[in-house]
Design a protein. Structure first.
Length: 230
């Protein structure tokens, strides 16, 4: 009986690991998420469909992008396009941002070219992770103004963010060079920029998200299951 319960617990930990092994989009909502296919460019295997997708207004003056990563380190590329077929014409919104630390991460004020206001578009996230490049897309209406605060815009305690040069992300097809970045990100402190562009600042306003234990279980789940079988 004890052994059976132990195996059930190990299996549960393993399932958590596999169901949340990459990254989740917290805000705006993703057009779709499939952990097994998240490495499929440009949208993690999903097709943009404005008649079906959960479309969100995104303010060109600056708005929130909130994610949850299950890797101890990941580098983000935030880009956008007015091409609803997502076949190209991507514009980088920020230089690559390296997150160090598990779990919740938020950029509270990502700007879009002002001329895009009034258009439908797609925001794409590409994450350079230990599992390779991972993708998700957001279907949005670009609108004027500045977005308001979102409750999910939090950062895990101890998380750091730094602008970096990431050759893998910068070589993605149809990705604009980092020096063409038009966005800005604001926070309570300034990150060190190591790329060739000179953005104003990076989000480093950190708070506790409350998911620390889940992240820990996610990381050790597979190892725990193997250990239980030995």
């Amino acid at each position: 009986m004890v052994k059976s319960l132990t195996l059930v617990g190990c299996l549960f930990a393993t399932l958590i690991s596999h169901s949340a092994g990459h990254f989740l989009m917290l805000y705006p909502p993703s057009i779709g998420f499939d952990d097994a296919l998240e490495a499929t460019p440009p949208c993690g295997s999903f097709t943009v469909d404005f008649s079906k997708d959960n479309v969100t207004d995104f303010h060109v003056g600056g708005d929130v992008l909130a994610m949850q990563s299950f890797h101890p380190q990941v580098t983000w590329l935030f880009r956008a396009t007015l091409d609803l077929t997502v076949s190209g014409n991507w514009t980088d919104l920020l230089p690559a941002v390296q997150q160090t630390g598990l779990n919740s991460f938020c950029e509270p004020s990502v700007a879009i070219p002002a001329s895009w206001a009034g258009s439908k578009g797609v925001i794409g996230l590409a994450a350079d992770s230990p599992d390779g490049i991972l993708y998700q897309c957001l279907a949005v209406n670009f609108v004027t103004g500045v977005g308001g605060p979102q409750s999910v815009c939090k950062n895990e305690t101890g998380t750091t963010a730094t602008f970096v040069a990431d050759p893998v992300l910068s070589s993605l097809p149809a990705s604009a060079a980092a020096t063409s970045s038009t966005g800005t990100s604001t926070g309570t402190a300034t990150s060190t920029a190591t790329s060739t562009s000179k953005p104003s600042s990076a989000n480093t306003a950190y708070g506790y998200s409350g998911f620390g234990m889940l992240a820990w279980v996610t990381v050790v789940g597979s190892a725990t299951f193997l250990a239980c079988l030995l």
